[in-house]
Design a protein around this ligand. Structure first.
Ligand code: SF4
Length: 390
């Protein structure tokens, strides 16, 4: 395993990132300064998942190896696994491809985990399972299973179509399948539910229309909001999750009285997500002209870093250094329109002193961060050798 780890690190390491870390997160060359967040990039869960995927290839060199969906939300990493012959299976529904698996096949479960029906299926097919589900995700499952056992509905703060939330929702059904869940994404969703709980707006049809696709089958708001417990996708924005808990707790108190036991909450945001959000708040104390957030566009924790940055300064969500087209042109992902777009800006003005902040989500390897930093300097007329020089 140690050799596998070294091989993985060899793919994704970065001497420039190491240098900036060693220099307290700041690299200044001529008129360009780059600030790097204190915590960024690969988290322990992602590192472990990639290590296990590489190890699976080494241990089963002659077997067909499959992966449920993507190992993590980073196209570069997924491409490398694909080049190693690891084939991605559909993750939204159990297709006929799963029927064709057998006991000679290896199936890797990604860091987000997979819904129980997928786990049951690969088990029935007799496959060798390499489960890379992160321990922090499993903690959430423990919590929602407990809710189900107690007859409590899980209110999951997350994206209903996200792999991790789908996996968590399936566990919220409990061992007997009689549990219930409701996935809420926004504070508007929460207020809608709170109004239903307090009776301010108990429009059942409107409720079912709004949440029909993000709740358990047969969800009945008159029944399933009697006792609720909050859990969250591990990569959500902490402040928002806390607000979810506060508002839902207050709604239950209005309906059932102070100290009611019909409400439970448990913060299941993972340590790595929290550290990256906290580190970004620290970085934002620096005077900066621009923030670049590097990561896969479908990465939840990266999106939240973009949200935080965007409240303070011009922030661009880029998938890699190729998005920095020129000093004036940046291709980036707009988290509001959910589309890649092009921004034209004079922030990188070659004549001005500029300060650029850089951070990255938990699924972004250091080599992509390095490429981005090098590109900033190169666009500003500083070559890579000067950036590498101690
Ligand atoms: S972001 Fe958190 S939950 Fe997800 S893999 Fe990393 S440590 Fe685990």
């Amino acid at each position: 395993m140690e050799r596998v780890k070294q091989e993985v690190e060899g793919h994704y390491e970065s001497p420039i990132v190491d240098r900036i870390k060693a220099e307290s997160g700041v690299l200044r060359v001529d008129k360009t300064t780059v600030y790097l967040a204190k915590q960024f990039g690969f988290c322990y869960g992602v590192e472990r998942a990639i290590d296990l995927a590489y190890a699976a290839r080494k241990v089963f060199p002659d077997s067909r190896i499959f992966l449920i969906g993507e190992i993590i939300h980073n196209p570069e990493v997924n491409r490398q696994l694909s080049e190693m012959g690891i084939v991605s299976l559909p993750w939204k529904s159990l297709t006929s491809e799963y029927d064709n698996l057998d006991e000679n096949d290896v199936v890797i479960v990604p860091a987000f985990g997979a819904p129980t029906e997928f786990m049951d299926k690969i088990d029935q097919q007799g496959c060798v399972v390499v489960d890379t589900t992160c321990g922090d995700v499993m903690s959430v499952w423990k919590r929602v299973r407990k809710y189900a056992k107690e007859g409590v509905t899980s209110i999951i703060h997350g994206k209903s179509g996200h792999e991790e939330t789908r996996a968590t929702a399936s566990r919220a059904m409990g061992a007997d399948g009689k549990g219930s869940y409701l996935v809420l994404l926004t504070l508007e969703d929460v207020d809608f539910v709170c109004d239903y709980i307090t009776g301010k707006n108990a429009d059942r049809d409107a409720f079912l229309e709004r949440f029909g696709n993000s709740s358990s089958d047969g969800f009945d708001p008159d029944l399933h909001l009697t006792q609720i417990g909050v859990a969250n996708q591990t990569t959500m924005l902490k402040s928002e999750t806390q607000e979810f808990q506060t508002r839902l707790g207050q709604a239950i108190e209005i309906r059932d009285g102070e100290g009611s036991e019909n409400f439970q909450a448990f913060d299941t945001i993972c340590g790595a997500t929290q550290e990256r959000q906290d580190a970004l708040f620290g970085l934002l104390e620096e005077k900066m002209d621009m923030l670049l957030v590097v990561g896969g566009y479908n990465s939840s924790n990266t999106t939240h870093l973009v949200e935080i940055g965007g409240e303070h300064l011009p922030t661009f969500f880029i998938r890699n250094s190729t998005c920095l087209k020129s000093l004036e042109e940046i291709v980036h992902y707009d988290i509001h329109t959910r589309k890649e777009t092009t921004a034209y800006t004079d922030i990188l003005d070659p004549e001005a002193e500029i300060m650029v902040g850089v951070t990255a989500g938990a699924s972004c390897p250091n080599n992509l961060i390095e490429d981005t930093i090098v590109k900033i300097f190169e666009l500003r007329g500083v070559d890579k050798a000067a950036v590498l020089e101690p």
